[in-house]
Ligand binder design. Structure first.
Ligand code: FDP
Length: 342
């Protein structure tokens, strides 16, 4: 990103140009495309703006704290989770571009109401990842993935969502941090946009993001260490004691924020399996697979400890998976340690 000198220094620019997300998406669209995917991505940017505005005001509005309900994972839902979920459904169900949706916050596959046209895409999303951090003003984010339906002629069905991450046509996240950033890939590199709050516009801030080949960070919940198997212990020791140059340990506990930091500076995020949680904690469809898609597009890799996260064919829309994601060689090293102690 170049630094302009002419009083526009608050605006992100690429080679002196101000590029809005709309312009970038339209320019990136293949000539044969109908524009539906572009429109879904643009709608997700709009959802991000609305959710961002709500999260910024969360301390003022009555949206902090528990909503008094429990979601399908048996976790307490925060009011802001429900609000973010509602915003996305209300923005997306009537556009004629989707055939269905899956969200962390609803048990069932969301069908498109019959009164609306059915589209050719499926949206899977976690409206607010890291939501246990909401009350403490720590970065949280929306993660999403987009699939094509298996059959254009049938109404959207659950099987449309049970596709491996290899079939994603696009994925991304919106991170509500010190600024609001949208990061996405439609299979042609990873690009980021920063929300300029006074304009309400996402402006291109970085094109073709790649993991640094000199990673800096590793991230996992160290407190879960007592439950790890030998392979994970040895991997953690290797990260701490043997990697050169020395890495730094950082864990926010908001995967999307941990991922973003590691994408920006290089590193690895892990949420391994434990006897208590043999499948780990992270959800495959709307958390792990979209981030693994972005990781691969940025030259990194996402694994469940023995295979690519993108190769796993989901059997349940809310299934969980162990996650190792970040710089390819750091993730492959995790596979090596875990497999040696199976
Ligand atoms: P959260 O429960 O707050 O939504 O997948 C959910 C997730 O957060 C990740 O974002 C985060 O990395 C992880 O869970 C935190 O779990 P631990 O508290 O067990 O570390």
């Amino acid at each position: 990103m170049s630094l302009p000198q002419n009083g526009l220094s608050h605006l992100p620019m690429i080679d002196g140009q101000i590029v809005t997300i709309e312009r970038f998406l339209l320019d990136s669209q293949p000539q044969y495309a109908k524009g539906d995917l572009t429109a879904i991505l643009y709608d997700m940017a709009l959802a991000g703006k609305i959710i961002s505005a709500q999260t910024r005001r969360a301390g003022l509005l009555d949206v902090l704290g528990l909503a008094g309900k429990v979601n399908v994972q048996g976790e307490s839902q925060q009011k802001l989770d429900l609000l973010a979920d509602d915003i996305i459904v209300r923005l997306m169900d009537h556009t004629g571009r989707l055939a269905g949706m899956v969200t962390e916050e609803r048990k069932e596959f969301i069908r498109i109401p019959e009164k609306y046209k059915k589209g050719s895409y499926i949206l899977v999303y976690d409206p607010l990842d890291g939501s246990s951090n909401i009350d403490t003003n720590i970065s949280i984010g929306t993660i999403f993935g987009i699939y094509r339906v298996l059959d254009d002629d049938t109404p959207g069905i659950i099987e449309d969502c049970l596709q491996p991450g290899q079939s994603l046509v696009a994925a991304g996240y919106i991170l509500y941090g010190t600024s609001t950033i949208l990061v996405y890939s439609a299979g042609n590199g990873v690009h980021s946009f920063t929300l300029e709050p006074s304009l309400g516009e996402f402006l291109l801030s970085q094109e073709n993001i790649r993991f640094s080949d000199k990673p800096v960070f590793y991230s996992y919940n160290h407190a879960r260490g007592r439950d790890w198997d030998k392979g994970m212990h040895q991997y953690a020791n290797w990260l701490r004691d043997e990697h050169t140059p020395k890495l730094s340990y950082r864990y926010i506990g908001s995967m999307v924020a941990d991922f973003h930091r590691n994408l920006t500076h290089g590193g690895v995020f892990c949420y391994p399996a434990t006897p208590e949680k043999p499948k780990g904690k992270i959800r495959l469809l709307y958390e792990a697979a979209p981030l693994a898609f972005l990781a691969e597009q940025a030259g990194g890799y996402g694994s469940d400890g023995s295979r690519s996260l993108l190769d796993i064919v989901p059997t349940d829309i809310h299934q969980r998976t162990p996650v190792f994601i970040g710089n390819r060689y750091l993730v492959e090293k995790a596979e090596e340690f875990l497999n040696a102690h199976k």
